[in-house]
Design a protein around this ligand. Structure first.
Ligand code: C2E
Ligand code: MG
Ligand code: MG
Length: 622
């Protein structure tokens, strides 16, 4: 009898289903659909074998033909079911859930399937046995062929149409599975003695299992917890079907370098065990040192989180601390992308415990918006530099100006640096932004117009973060050379935000520029960011008093002594002083009395675009 291939196939699929059933369960749509497909495959193969046996028996031993017809029909009905499940497996994760047409399409496939099954049951079926050639035919079988072809082709079309939504591996696996099946069906149709369809479907299951649904995708080898892939699939499912969940995440920070690999590994294993022991809820290892547990409701999550934290606090033998991120309600995030971005953003936060609420999510959205705004402004050349002139008491002219960046929105609106500089410093955009600003300043100076109008120097702000990422010396010198700007025309303003360990590098970089003739100013003095050590060791020529510090003059007598003392110290150190934020004549007078060299403030001028600066200089410096 011609059943060797099918028996072999049955054995393979059976083995896969046993392995699959023995795995720890996470309720994932794909896993459920895969299991359904496997069950259909087992049933189909069993009836395939049974039908071949019964057809042979009927032909050669006079077995009851009615029973044989019935079994043959069940076989082809199961064959169609398998094709249908294949289509459902592919389309469920790909087709949108909220679109009307997708709903109609789903309904159409449901209906064709239902009607097809009824037709196959009621239409006549015939069968044939001639040695090893055993097959069924007739209207019922024809319906099966047509429907199977529809399902296989639909699966292939859907997969190809949505190929961008899935990883390459998934695409290849899906196409291989369905392609083999189609090929086998065509061969079997042409050579009825080659009963390949059953085997091909079993082979397809092997491909799916190995490539897409195998345990290493979903289980972490060393801890047995679920993996990031499993979490990703779960989160996508939950959002897709509008179900909420709560999540507790813990990240272990090993506090000293002396924690070696074994200790770390041991800590990870212990954490994993503790999480599993806590309850039936699924626990994940989503990074080397990051774990999370999913809960159906937030009350239970808060209770368990408290337990976990208590346990962790009880561990004293490892120098580690945890960052805990609690997400009571997943639905405050708009979807999986935002969910994972949130996770990524706040797991890095300095706080020990973060509880996700609307405000945090909103904060993250704003950050994303700002990042995009800066990105687009850089691309579309909408970064603008404004200039605020300083009045020099010594020369009685406006001979210095500070370059202050702005972003011009598409609608013409101007965005102030307070809204994007600190974020750009955090996300690294300050590097390209800083270069752009410096280039624009150099271009402006290269025209020599402001120079002719009496301006000797431009102050350009540099963030400490710019020293962290890259040595600004390179671009500063490059642009100055490219645009023929001499170093004396540039004064770089820095603030004390650099961490102590970066400070040395920063000072080295500053000295390298100073050697080339560029000078530095210390910005925002008196805001608490600067200490004595800072200005004593910083190679700066100019100190800029922050407006809050200058205004202390009018607050009380003690502050006046402090101001006078500081000014005296700086002058003895050979530094010049700029008073920032001067808005009234009274303030100008006070600063003049105190011996400050430069005044920067709205009293004289707000930051101006290039052409207005030029006009200002022409009318005030002559
Ligand atoms: P900053 O460097 O201390 O700049 C002085 C700020 O004080 C400017 O704000 C200026 O417009 C404002 N200001 C000047 N005079 C007065 C006044 O009389 N009254 C008041 N209330 N404010 C006055 P702006 O332009 O909004 O810049 C804010 C901060 O953004 C700057 O503070 C600086 O830290 C940063 N920034 C601006 N441009 C750049 C840049 O090109 N690169 C970097 N890294 N940071 C920049
Ligand atoms: Mg400044
Ligand atoms: Mg300042």
């Amino acid at each position: 009898m011609n059943i060797e291939l099918q028996c072999c196939a049955l054995f393979i699929v059976f083995t896969i289903s046993v392995m699959f059933l023995r795995e720890k369960k996470l309720d994932l749509m794909n896993r459920r659909l895969f299991f359904r497909a496997i069950c259909a495959c087992v049933a189909c193969l069993s009836f395939d074998i049974l039908s071949v046996i019964l057809i042979t028996l009927t032909f050669y031993d006079g077995f009851n033909p009615v029973i044989t017809s019935f079994v043959c029909k069940i076989y082809i009905m199961l064959l169609v079911l398998q094709g249908y499940f294949g289509y459902v497996y592919a389309s469920t994760s790909l087709l949108p859930v909220d679109k009307k047409w997708a709903k109609y399409l789903k309904l159409f496939f449901h209906m064709t399937f239902g009607i097809g099954e009824i037709l196959m049951l009621v239409l006549p079926i015939k069968y044939m046995a001639n040695g090893r050639i055993v097959y069924s035919y007739g209207l019922s079988t024809l319906v099966a062929y047509i429907l199977s072809a529809i399902y296989i082709l639909s699966t292939i079309i859907t997969t190809v149409a949505y190929r961008k939504q899935m990883p390459g591996r998934r695409l290849v696996a899906m196409l291989l599975w369905q392609g083999l099946w189609l090929l086998a069906a065509v061969i079997q149709f042409m050579f009825p003695s080659l009963l390949l369809v059953g085997f091909a479907s079993a082979f397809g299951m092997v491909i799916l299992y190995i490539q897409l649904e195998n345990p290493s995708e979903y289980y972490d080898g060393s801890t047995g917890l679920f993996t990031t892939n499993a979490l990703s699939a779960y989160v996508h499912d939950q959002y897709k079907f509008g179900r909420r969940f709560s999540m507790f995440t813990a990240k272990i920070h090993f506090l000293t370098n002396y924690v070696d690999y074994n200790m770390e590994h041991d800590a990870v294993i212990r954490t994993a065990r503790a999480l599993v022991a806590l309850g039936p809820e699924p626990a994940f290892r989503i990074d080397d040192d990051t774990f999370c547990v999913l809960y159906e409701d937030e009350d239970r999550m808060f209770k368990m989180a408290a337990d976990i934290k208590r346990q962790k606090d009880g561990v004293r033998d490892i120098p580690a601390k945890g960052t805990y991120l609690l997400i009571p309600d997943s639905l405050i995030m708009s979807g999986p992308d935002e969910f994972f971005r949130f996770l990524h953003t706040y797991l890095e936060s300095e706080q020990e415990i973060v509880v996700a609420d609307e405000a945090l999510v909103e904060g993250m959205r704003n950050q994303m918006k700002t990042k995009k705004m800066v990105e687009e402004a850089l691309l579309e050349d909408r970064v603008e530099v404004y200039y605020q002139p300083f009045y020099n008491f010594v020369t009685e002219r406006f001979d210095v100006a500070e370059a202050l960046v702005r972003i011009r929105l598409e609608n013409g609106e101007l965005v102030s640096p307070d809204r994007f500089i600190s974020m750009a410093e955090e996300n690294g955009q300050i590097i390209s932004l800083g270069k752009k600003i410096f280039e624009k300043v150099c271009i402006m100076l290269s025209k020599k117009e402001v120079e002719k109008a009496g301006l000797n120097r431009i102050e350009v702000n540099l963030s400490a973060a710019q020293f962290d990422h890259e040595n600004p010396e390179t671009f500063v010198l490059e642009y100055m050379e490219q645009y023929g700007v001499s170093p004396e025309q540039i004064n770089l303003e820095i603030t004390e935000t650099a961490a102590a360990q970066n400070r040395e590098i920063m000072i080295d970089n500053m000295n390298a520029l100073i050697e080339k003739g560029v000078s530095f100013a210390l910005d925002d003095f008196g805001t608490g960011r600067s200490n004595i050590d800072y200005f004593v060791n910083m190679p700066v020529k100019v100190i800029k008093f922050d407006q809050s510090f200058t205004r202390g003059f009018f607050d009380n007598e003690k502050m006046r002594y402090v101001l006078a003392g500081m000014i005296d110290i700086f002058h003895k150190m050979g530094m010049a002083i700029v008073a920032e934020g001067i808005e009234t004549g009274e303030q100008v007078e006070a600063m003049k009395q105190m011996g400050v060299e430069y005044i920067q403030g709205y009293y004289f001028s707000k930051p101006l675009p290039e052409d207005e600066l030029l006009q200002f200089l022409h009318s005030h410096n002559t």
